[in-house]
Design a protein around this ligand. Sequence first.
Ligand SMILES: [Zn+2]
Length: 113
Amino acid sequence: MHIRKNDTVVLLKDFSGPSPSRKGATTRVLRVFPKKGTLIAEGVNVKHKHIRANTNRDYPRGGIIKKEAPINISNVALYCAACAAKTKAAEKTVEGRKTRICRKCGEPIQTTA
Ligand SMILES: [Zn+2]
């Protein structure tokens, strides 16, 4: 799994739905599911979710909410802020700590957290 939570990623595919997102758009990774090979990206693959009343503590009255559904990790690529393009990460050990660097420019991969 080369993509982690809070990474900035580029979409490699169009996603439709209540709030569509286009191929080439950048977004933030909210969660990763390494076993499934999927992740949840902010505002991508939004689905309407129907909630019955009295089944969910956050929505006691039920209703329809918008929620991101997981997407396959192959539909996104890591984004390098220095290159302003999609890239792949290489691992480098600096002062005993593993960091990820951009394979194109060698800059550390920027995360939003
Ligand atoms: Zn780069």
